[in-house]
Structures are given as C-alpha cells and as structure tokens.
Write a protein that binds this ligand. Structure first.
Ligand SMILES: C[S@@+](CC[C@H](N)C(=O)[O-])C[C@H]1O[C@@H](n2cnc3c(N)ncnc32)[C@H](O)[C@@H]1O
Length: 323
C-alpha cells in the first residue's frame, strides 16, 4: 500500500545495510490493519488523494507544496476533505495547493530555535526519532540533507506524512517508517545526525534512550536532543507520579545540568545546551485541524506558571552533543 521500495534499494548499498532484512516485517507490523482499527480509513483517504501536479515545492523556510493555481476550487475542496480525514494534525504548519493546515503545534518555531546551532545538514544522512508526521524531516531536506529517515510508531502520522509526500511528487529521498527506536538494529553507527525531539520524556528508561541514540550515530556524528526540562541544578529531576500537563506517559524531566551529566555519562562528547524556552499557548493550541484540548487547558486555571496538576509549566531545552 505504501511503497518503500526506493528506501529498501538505498539501504542495500548504504551503511544501514544490516536493517534491510528485518525492515519489511517491521513495516508490515507497524501498518497492520488488524492492530490499528482506523488505519483502513486513513489508507483509503490516502488512495483518494486527488492527483495534482505541483508546480513548485518549498522546504527551506516552510513546508509548502504546490500553489493555489495548481488546481481548481472543486479539486481543492476534495483535497481538503481528504486531508481532514486524517485529523488531528498535530505537527506543522503545511501549505498545500492553497490550503493552510494550521496544526496544533507551530513546529516551525521549534525548528527556528534548533537549526542555528547545528553542524550544517548539507549531504548528511539523518535520522529523526519520533518524527510525528515528518514536518521537521522536510525541513532537514530543505537544509540540504542527503537522505532523511523518520521513525514513528503512530500509523496516523505515517499516513499523514505519505499524503504530503504524494502531493509533493514522491520523488524525494525522505521516508517515515512505522517503527519505534527500540526496533533499530543494534550498533548501526551509521547516521551523521540524529534528532530526538519531544521523545526523551516519554521513555521509561532515559539511559537506554541515550544509548540507543549513541549507537545509531557514526563516530563523530551529532545528536540533537530536545526535551522538557525543569529549573534546577545538577542531579535535580522531576518524575511526575501521575500526569504531567495531562499526559500520562511522562517519566523523566531533568534540569539542564542533570541532562548534561547524563549525556556525559553515556559517553557523548562536548554536550551543551543551545536553547531553553518556555512553551507558550501560541506555540501549542487547538485549531480547526486539531480540535481537542491543548496547552491552554493543560495549564493551571489560576496560575499559568503551573500545569493543571501543579507541576512547573513546560519548559523545553535543546541539547547538542557528538558521539
Ligand atoms: C511529542 S511528539 C514529538 C514530535 C516531533 N519530534 C516534534 O518535536 O515536534 C513525540 C513523538 O514520539 C513518538 N514516539 C513514541 N514512542 C516512540 C518510540 N518508542 N520511538 C520513536 N518514536 C516514538 C510519538 O508517536 C510522537 O509522534
């Protein structure tokens, strides 16, 4: 249904060759309609995507596919209806033939905070762990990456990515795979840059996450890790017993100094904090493309410096280090 033949052919002659044998089964498991009740609806929507020839695509300073004049109003209405079948759209924004997918997150703001601090992405082989629908993968490609592989176990996001890719013309060295980081072959030592953004606090075992990231990087390759942090000194870490900002799968929120110590302990070289930013209700909010509650409802009604549960409100930091 989703064609990964181009990627599989690439893997054969790449440093990722050891992945070739097991990846087809991982893809089949990750997109198994018996496992994911609504998946057949999403793939049906993907199959119904109108064929529109895109006159231009821009991934450099936004993600924009085609232009309003590439299709008539009736086709645009059909396109909008098809894209809406995949609501909620969380990461973006996207502009597609004149349709603005105004996503829950302004993921472009995160990108703007991250990109100035990185080794140039030109010609790099990149892994984006927990890439969601692949928004940042497109921006990596726009920054000159040789090839981008995103992984995310959520099939809705994988199908969203393929909608965008199909509309862009399919012809790009970029893929999003329905797999989790724990499914990567051990000790790949292959990627020039690995991004783990918004994933660390969801992992029950933080040191194992850092080890998995390090083992997938080539020696000297760069890790870009973005995660929730708390204010505080070395050794301080919040392990919320219940929910954090209504999320029930948040495990470890370290201070910046704690995170730096963990990166050093796991063998990363020269870890540094390059950005710290409180998440605003302008960056994460409900929209017509994500109609559920969002950050404004996740904060304490009487004190926006706290989450609904009384923890410090979300602050995010970007860490960069070399393997
Ligand atoms: C908060 S989102 C972050 C999305 C994007 N990286 C960003 O920074 O905007 C976390 C993503 O991690 C994905 N995820 C959860 N468990 C994962 C795992 N074991 N391996 C890879 N990704 C995972 C989720 O499906 C979700 O899309």
């Amino acid at each position: 249904m989703i064609d990964y033949s181009n990627l599989l052919a690439y893997l054969q002659q790449s440093p990722l060759q050891s992945w070739v044998d097991r990846l087809p089964q991982q893809i089949a498991d990750g997109l198994c309609e018996k496992r994911y009740g609504d998946l057949h609806k999403w793939t049906a929507a993907l199959a119904q995507l109108p064929l529109i020839k895109s006159s231009r695509n821009n991934f450099l300073d936004k993600v924009e596919i085609g232009a309003p004049e590439n299709c008539d109003e009736q086709t645009r209405a059909q396109l909008r209806q098809t894209l809406e079948a995949l609501i909620p759209w969380r990461k973006g924004p996207y502009w597609v033939h004149g349709i603005h997918i105004d996503t829950e997150w302004r993921s472009d703001w995160k990108w703007d905070r991250v990109i100035p601090h990185l080794a140039p992405l030109q010609d790099r082989l990149i892994l984006d762990v927990g890439c969601g629908n692949g928004y940042h993968c497109w921006r990596m490609l726009g920054a000159g990456a040789q090839r981008v592989i995103g992984i995310d176990p959520s099939p809705r996001f994988v199908v969203q990515f393929h909608m965008i890719k199909q509309l862009a013309g399919n012809n790009y060295p970029i893929d999003v795979l329905p797999v989790g980081i724990e499914e990567l072959p051990e000790k790949l030592q292959a990627f020039d840059t690995i991004f783990s953004m918004g994933v660390f606090y969801h992992r029950k075992s933080p040191m194992d996450h850092l080890r998995e990231l390090k083992e997938a990087l080539r020696p000297g390759g760069q890790l870009v890790l973005e995660t929730l942090v708390i204010e505080g000194g070395p050794g301080e870490v919040l392990v919320p017993e219940g929910r954090y900002a209504m999320m029930n799968n948040v495990w470890f929120i370290p201070s910046c100094d704690t995170m730096l110590g963990w990166l050093r302990k796991m063998g990363f070289t020269n870890p540094r904090v390059v950005d710290v930013c409180a998440t605003s209700t302008r960056e994460q909010r409900s929209t017509e493309w994500m109609k559920f509650h969002s950050l404004p409802e996740f904060l304490h009604p009487d004190n926006p410096a706290l989450t609904a549960e009384g923890h410090p409100a979300p602050i995010r930091a970007v860490f960069v280090a070399e393997a």
